[in-house]
Design a protein around this ligand. Structure first.
Ligand code: WTA
Length: 641
């Protein structure tokens, strides 16, 4: 039986119909250089590129548009002054709906970005310098990114929910000499002490910067260190600040993301290819029409915020919403209040938010109008069909197509999705490859799998938005993404392809877990746990969680003489939050006298995953364990929890 739910009535003025998709896709894979040079015309270039891709996956060397030069701040801001200076670029919706919001036209945005760029220059920031941005979801966060792009500095945004320790690691890894932050931030009426966290990070051993730029947001009292800390208001100025011409392959930003091993990696994106990719995907995937209001609920601390709050929408001259708060404050109807208040046409959010709101019942949704909505998007993790249907039927009144967009920090923008009015939708399937994307499924040995089948998802050809490296560690880039299946980009995701050539992402197949749409390396949580002086060893796995998608399950062995207790559980939880941040809070800690290891000492995570999932029937071969009887004790421990 067909699992299509059909295609809602075609919208007016759509960018792509079914036959056009087929033709464009064919062209994009048969003549990628021609196709992507054509798409590059979406941007203004100081020097229009004549070269498309120059890349190899073995050895790994990825470049696009090598002879082009441009500036993405110019593309996102200045070039719109000619025909949409008075159109709203950004609408700010504060945490507290009773507080005053604000909106900036493109002309006002231009003035504010120049103010921020001048403040950065006044601190000494120049082309190629790394600037760490640790901000709440306020317009100044967007300004910070654009101001860096304007003067050729490389931004590294760190999510405001990360702890001082995590922030410090990200500052030192890229030798960033500058930080932009705010006094405090607000999320669901809770205060986030951003500046105090920056102070704490900079007080750690070996962490040092030349300047901290502080945006006054809530007006909370904070400490300012003479000579190092500067108020944005004191340094900003409106003297002319032209955009710095950048080579297409000059770095634009670093964004830290979790992998299966070690500490987070600084994924590096460059200017030209990333700009073309975000501009093109935004245009087609969201089928954006001039004048529409687009709202991506992500945080600028994640790649979704980079590509679809900042670069994609602004390069396209769209009107976007910047929301400081959370979906359940003051009540579970907040999203729909915002949709009505700002007449949002396109909403782009995460399955975890959809599931959390679905649980609260339909009244919060149906009591709001929502008639402005035209298109809905999902990103960050697989969306279960039940949540998909609720999103489609209740939120979108069955009128609005859903785009379930699969992509990653490393891909720069959307890779697999249906396109509105080009494709029928299937709940739970991301759909078809975007232009230029050639997915391939392989088995664990790397053999290519054809037809309707499940396997490990690789991409065989480069695309303009692809990450170029891991900052400062190109070998790690090669090792992480191109060595599992030599010559292919390996995504780390499992995927099924059905008979209609639709792709269904099944989730990570490596040691990365996806908690509320946030990527987390189990290795990071493990190293945080063993830092605690009572912990001897730990192993962390994901397990299915109704709202978060995956929860964090930790197995912990204690040092000799230590007793486990509820209090120690709370202590370890607090410890992980301090080391990484609240998003890494363990959901369960199971104390155990040992971890299942092979005789050569390798932890058998497969077994730990199954036990955490309460799935004891499929433990597989346990005979190679050094201590097979441990499995029964682990199961008992799981059941007694
Ligand atoms: C997962 C977020 C299924 C996937 C843009 C990927 C998804 C990881 C989807 C990247 C989706 C993202 N369906 N899974 N529509 N979107 N993922 O780097 O496992 O924060 O590898 O980028 O999220 O997470 P990241």
């Amino acid at each position: 039986m067909s699992d299509f739910v059909g295609r809602p009535a075609p919208q007016t003025g759509t960018h792509c119909k079914p036959k056009q998709y087929d033709a464009l896709y064919r062209q994009s894979v048969e003549d990628p250089d021609g196709f992507w040079l054509e798409q590059a015309r979406r941007l203004d270039w100081y020097k229009q590129p004549t070269v498309g891709g120059s890349w190899s996956f073995d050895p790994v060397d990825i470049k696009w548009y090598t002879d082009g030069s441009l500036n993405l701040c110019h593309n996102a801001v200045d070039r719109h002054l000619a025909d949409r200076a008075d159109q709203v670029a950004l609408i700010f919706e504060p945490d507290d709906p009773a507080s005053a919001g604000r909106s900036l036209t493109y002309s006002e945005l231009h003035g504010e970005v120049i103010g921020m760029a001048n403040a950065l220059k006044a601190m000494g920031v120049g082309k190629g310098d790394r600037v760490t941005i640790y901000m709440p979801m306020v317009i100044e966060g967007v300004l910070s990114m654009l101001a860096c792009a304007r003067i050729g500095a490389i931004h590294s945004v760190v999510f405001g929910g990360f702890s001082p320790e995590a922030l410090a690691g990200r500052i030192t890894d890229c030798q960033s000499r500058y930080v932009i932050t705010a006094d405090t931030g607000l999320r669901g009426s809770k205060v986030v002490p951003l500046k105090a966290n920056v102070d704490a990070a900079l007080a750690l051993d070996g962490v040092d910067v030349d300047g901290v730029l502080v945006v006054r947001h809530t007006g909370a009292a904070i400490n300012m260190l003479e000579g190092r800390d500067h108020w944005f208001d004191d340094l900003k100025s409106d003297v002319d600040c032209p955009c710095e011409p950048m080579a297409a392959e000059d770095p634009l930003f670093i964004l830290y993301t979790s992998g299966s091993t070690g500490q987070p990696k600084g994924v590096l994106h460059t200017t030209g290819g990333y700009g073309v990719w975000t501009a093109t995907t935004f245009n087609y995937v969201f089928d954006y029409q001039p004048g529409e209001v687009f709202w991506c609920t992500a945080d600028i601390g994640w790649v979704t915020g980079h590509s679809y709050i900042v670069y994609g929408p602004l390069i396209n001259g769209a009107t976007g919403v910047v929301f400081e708060g959370v979906p359940n404050y003051p009540d579970h109807g907040r999203f729909w209040d915002i949709v009505d208040k700002h007449q949002v046409n396109i909403l782009y959010t995460a399955p975890t938010a959809i599931r959390a709101l679905m649980r609260e019942g339909d009244d919060f949704v149906t009591s709001r109008d929502r008639s402005s909505l035209r298109l809905l998007g999902s990103v960050g993790e697989p969306i279960n069909p039940e949540a998909w249907r609720w999103y489609f039927e209740v939120v979108g009144d069955k009128r609005c197509p859903i785009v379930d967009t699969w992509w990653q920090t490393e891909t720069g923008g959307v890779m697999i999705t249906t396109l509105p009015s080009a494709h029928d939708m299937k709940p739970g399937s991301a759909g078809k490859p975007f232009f230029g994307i050639q997915p391939q499924l392989v088995d664990n040995e790397g053999a290519v799998l054809d037809g309707a089948i499940e396997g490990n998802l690789c991409i065989t050809h480069s695309w303009p938005g692809q990450a170029r490296s891991v900052y400062g560690d190109h070998d790690r880039f090669d090792q992480t993404y191109f060595s599992t299946y030599r010559g292919k980009y390996f995504t780390g995701d499992g995927c099924r392809r059905d008979g209609d050539q639709y792709y269904w992402i099944t989730g990570r197949v490596d040691d990365v877990i996806n908690v509320s749409g946030h990527r987390m390396g189990t290795a990071e949580v493990e190293s945080a746990l063993v830092l605690h002086d009572k912990v001897a060893e730990s192993a962390v796995v994901g397990y299915p969680h109704d709202i978060k998608g995956q929860g964090i399950y930790c197995y912990v062995t204690l040092n000799a003489g230590e007793e486990h207790s509820e209090q120690l559980f709370a202590e370890l939880r607090a410890h992980v939050r301090k080391e990484i941040g609240p998003i890494a809070s363990p959901d369960h800690i199971q104390f155990t006298d040992g971890l299942p290891k092979t005789r050569s000492g390798k932890i058998m995570r497969r077994i730990l995953r199954k036990i955490a999932e309460n799935d004891y029937g499929a433990l597989g071969d346990t005979s190679t364990l050094a201590d097979p009887s441990l499995v029964d004790r682990l199961i008992e421990g799981r059941q007694n929890r």
